[in-house]
Design a protein around this ligand. Structure first.
Ligand code: B3K
Ligand code: ZN
Length: 873
């Protein structure tokens, strides 16, 4: 038996013993035997230390120091790296030659081939799969890279920085030399070589510098890059105007590949993307895909400053670049599209992915204290909660104060590898505020619960709001301290207007923005009219769970009147949640008419944006309801949610039909957010109508007609989404047609796989099982695995089938995937870790599957970490 993997701890950080000033790399590309020569200018930082280089899955050919070839006795090489015990005490040159197999690299980490295209993924620890190197982000070097490859197979040869030389070689080969003047950690190194088509454009920075922009894709797909290019140019302009940050090189390249472990990667001037986040046209991409492209292109571009120019000292600081960059991309989308709708969608995502993580066995602070495999920490907590923490700083300091902090952060740390503490210090120093209590957000895991109670004294006209916070215990952190948070509130008068509140104290520095710091705190508003309702956590100013008891009437009032659009949506979500939970407990309980009426008001209010209405009439997800129950009742939740939807459609069938036809406008498709909002509302209406489709052939025809006549993917996929839940000939015809139409388009077939995997029909698991052998599926391709298996594990009703068949299927697939791609397997394993939330019988079945995974010999660190923590915690 191999030794169990051990954890790395944040407290053990030590500055590197060796700096690497420059890196010269030479690649001789061959699919199964690429030779890599590396020449490093090494600067020892402390006398006498042995030189330890990381290396994994690579074949060592030679080691040379200052021109002298080392003998095997001079070093030791094992499966983790290369150690040279004795090296010169002052600057020296180290040359290493290795051989790697890009074609056989199914981990998609390091140098690999995707549909014949060579590409790299080095974050977090892929560079060590290319050559021996101190693979840590605080070792920053300038890179010069020579790539030699077959001219026919690889006409395009790319790396970071500027192209300095290119030319022909004998035997049909050619070469290119790239130089990146900006020092960078090795995780930002990239190389791409292949036969690719290109979309070329240009951006002129505010100081007048011309930047050549190129997006490389497979041949035949250039037309589908127009939106990504447009998003890139808008991102570059936005970063100048909103953040005062200008691009720093004369070129910016993006390459889209079809095999990629995640969304995209911000390598300096050579971003590599999952093609899902680049390719779009109206026939193949939905509005959601377009929005995803805009956000991810922006995110990777924004990393050029927050991540690349200023990187992380160690991987525990990951949120320094990720939380901040997510915050920046969210702000970009908010400025480009509807701010309230973006906020609602981000909160849905946070509640859907991060809250369960924070409440489960894998809970960790946004700056973790330890890890076994760092790739497991690219989590919703580090990214999305990380962004919420940055957003709270922004809320407390205001836009001007935040930008002052950013400026100081860049001034202090440009060109460095920094820490989260240094970021917070820059924000605090630039604004002369104390953020020491606030910093607990970086060290404590768990979603705080905030209980709010209000009381009004009619005699004095004083209103008191008592706010109590509890940060729940999480694995390894039994005791928590209170956090500081900005907590937005409003008191509504009987007409639904905001009652004016005076800001003057440290407790309420701005009107309606409370500064919550203590475990329990009472805020007093003097001489106000009796409020009809209180609006809490406006704008979702703090990433917490709010518990407040307001009568249904007050919640319905907020749904109709709250001046804060987020809170207006939230009132509907919380009211619906209450009703659904009550219904699960008692299936005979009728729903409050006040809620149904409030939904009707929302449907009729033509001052609201369509995209907002679509969000406001969408009930909280089954998962969200599940998270509010001590023991999840999978079937009960599904039944209750359907019953409420049915009641809404029975009450408002006519209005929903009107909304459907009013927002169905033939004409040229445009992905802009207003048009997308109309489609979202139309399809939300159709989704309600579909609740009656089982007994209404006319409705089934309507849905099938939308499917077959759609002139864009948004409408086609929305109709197919509904059809997959309705057994019958329309379903089978549409699925067959969809496959025929898009048989050659891998990205579109991902939707076909996913929609079948999330079907609520009883035969879903059998269908998913048979799709495993369909040509549209491949265990080697992460997009396919996520679309079929990942989507199935999110299908609450079928994944949690009482007989445990869903769990067994899941574990079987993870055991197959683990040797092929451990990173993706580890990420997809997490749903089994939520066993504590279920009844005893399901718990046993889920744990048994985790044990079965854990028992596999030679388990990767990645899967070991998730499986063992899921069982232990
Ligand atoms: N920084 C990359 C993520 C790398 C994940 C490595 N397992 C993408 C991003 O956040 O922009
Ligand atoms: Zn990122």
């Amino acid at each position: 038996m191999t030794a169990q993997p051990t954890a790395i701890h944040r407290k053990d950080y030590r500055a590197p013993d060796f700096r690497i000033e420059t890196v010269e790399l030479e690649f001789d590309l061959q699919p199964e035997a690429t030779r890599v020569k590396s020449k490093l200018a090494v600067a020892p930082q402390s006398a006498g230390a042995a030189l330890k280089l990381d290396g994994e899955d690579i074949e060592l050919l030679s080691v040379v120091i200052d021109g002298r070839k080392l003998l095997p006795a001079d070093y030791t090489a094992d499966e983790h790296g290369l150690t040279i015990a004795t090296v010169p005490s002052s600057a020296f040159t180290l040359e290493i030659e290795t051989r790697i197999n890009p074609k056989g690299n199914t981990h998609l980490s390091g140098l690999y081939q995707s549909s014949g295209v060579y590409c790299t993924q080095c974050e977090a620890q892929g560079f060590r799969r290319i050559t021996y190197f101190p693979d840590r982000p605080d070792v920053m070097s300038t890179y010069r890279v020579t790539i030699r490859g077959d001219k026919k197979a690889n006409p395009v040869l790319l790396s970071n920085g500027n192209l300095v030389e290119e030319g022909g070689l004998s035997d049909g080969r050619h070469y290119a030399v790239w130089h990146d003047p900006f020092p960078k950690p090795c995780y930002l190194f990239a190389l791409v070589a292949g036969d690719l088509a290109v979309n070329e454009d240009e951006f002129v920075t505010r100081s007048g510098r011309k930047v050549a922009l190129r997006i490389f894709v497979e041949h035949g797909k250039v037309e589908r890059t127009a939106y990504a290019m447009d998003a890139l140019k808008r991102s570059m302009r936005w970063d100048e105007t909103r953040f005062d940050l200008e691009y720093d090189l004369d070129l910016f390249n993006i390459v889209a590949v079809s095999d990629f472990n995640m969304g995209a990667m911000e390598n300096k001037s050579l971003n590599v993307f999952n093609d899902k986040y680049i390719l779009a046209d109206h026939e193949t991409a939905t509005d959601t895909d377009y929005a995803g492209i805009e956000a991810v292109v922006a995110h990777e571009y924004f990393h050029n400053w927050t991540g690349n120019r200023i990187t992380c000292r160690d991987w525990f600081q990951l949120s320094l670049k990720e939380g901040l960059t997510v915050f920046r991309d969210q702000e970009f989308t908010s400025d480009m599209r509807s701010r309230p709708v973006k906020r609602i969608q981000d909160v849905r995502l946070l509640r859907g992915r991060q809250f369960p993580e924070d409440a489960g066995p894998l809970a960790h602070p946004i700056r973790p204290d330890s890890y076994i495999a760092i790739d497991n920490f690219y989590t919703a907590t580090v990214y999305e909660k990380g962004s919420e923490v940055i957003r709270m700083i922004h809320t407390m300091l205001g836009e001007d104060g935040f930008q002052k902090g950013m400026k100081l952060y860049v001034e202090r740390h440009d060109g460095e590898a920094a820490t989260c503490d240094q970021f917070v210090a820059a924000m605090a120093d630039a604004n002369k505020v104390d953020l020491s209590q606030f910093q607990r957000w970086y060290s404590q895991a768990g979603t705080p619960e905030v209980v709010v109670e209000g009381s009004y004294d009619p005699g004095s006209g004083d209103y008191e709001l008592t706010v109590t916070q509890v940060v729940p215990p999480t694995p390894g952190q039994p005791d928590k301290q209170p956090v500081q948070m900005p907590f937005g509130i409003g008191l509504l008068d009987a007409q639904g207007r905001d009652i004016a509140l005076k800001a003057d104290t440290a407790a309420m520095p701005r009107p309606g923005m409370l500064n919550v710091t203590a475990p329990t705190q009472t805020f007093k508003f003097k001489g106000v009219p009796k409020p009809k309702a209180i609006s809490l956590n406006r704008g979702f100013s703090a990433p917490v769970v709010v518990k407040a008891k307001q009568p249904g009437e007050a919640q319905a009032f907020l749904m109709a009147h709250d001046s804060d659009a987020f809170a207006r949506w939230e009132a509907g979500q919380q009211y619906a949640t209450e009703l659904l939970l009550a219904r699960v407990a008692n299936p005979a309980k009728p729903f409050d008419p006040a809620f149904i009426e409030a939904i009707g008001l929302t449907l009729r209010d033509d001052k609201l944006e369509q995209a907002f209405v679509a969000e406001a009439i969408t009930l909280p997800s089954e998962d969200y309801i599940a998270d509010r129950m001590a023991v999840v009742d999978v079937d009960g939740i599904h039944a209750a949610r359907r019953a409420l939807r049915l009641e809404i459609v029975r009450t408002y069938r006519k209005q929903l039909e009107d909304i459907y036809s009013r927002n169905t406008t033939p004409g040229t498709y445009s992905p802009d957010s207003t048009s997308a909002g109309r489609r979202a509302l139309k399809n939300a209406a159709l989704s309600y109508l579909s609740e009656q489709a089982d007994e209404d052939a006319g409705l089934r025809r309507l849905i099938h007609d939308q499917y077959s006549k759609a002139d864009n993917m948004t409408d086609r996929a929305a109709a197919l989404r509904l059809l997959v839940d309705i057994a019958g000939p329309e379903r089978e015809a549409a699925l067959a047609d969809f496959y025929q139409r898009f048989a050659d388009d891998a990205l579109v077939l991902d939707k076909w796989l996913m929609l079948q995997a999330i079907s609520t029909l009883p035969e879903t698991l059998e269908n998913v099982r048979s799709l495993l052998t369909h040509p549209a599926f491949s265990m080697q391709k992460p997009n396919k695995v996520r679309s079929l298996i990942g989507a199935f594990t999110a299908n609450a009703l079928r994944y949690h089938a009482a007989d445990g068949s869903g769990y067994a299927f899941h574990a079987d697939r993870m055991l197959e995937l683990e040797p092929i791609n451990p990173q993706v397997a580890a990420r997809l394993l997490a749903p089994l870790g939520r066993w504590r939330r279920f009844d005893a019988a399901r718990q046993e079945k889920m744990k048994a599957e985790l044990r079965r995974v854990l028992a596999k010999p030679n388990l990767s660190r990645d899967v070991y970490e998730i499986a063992s923590k899921s069982l232990e915690n």
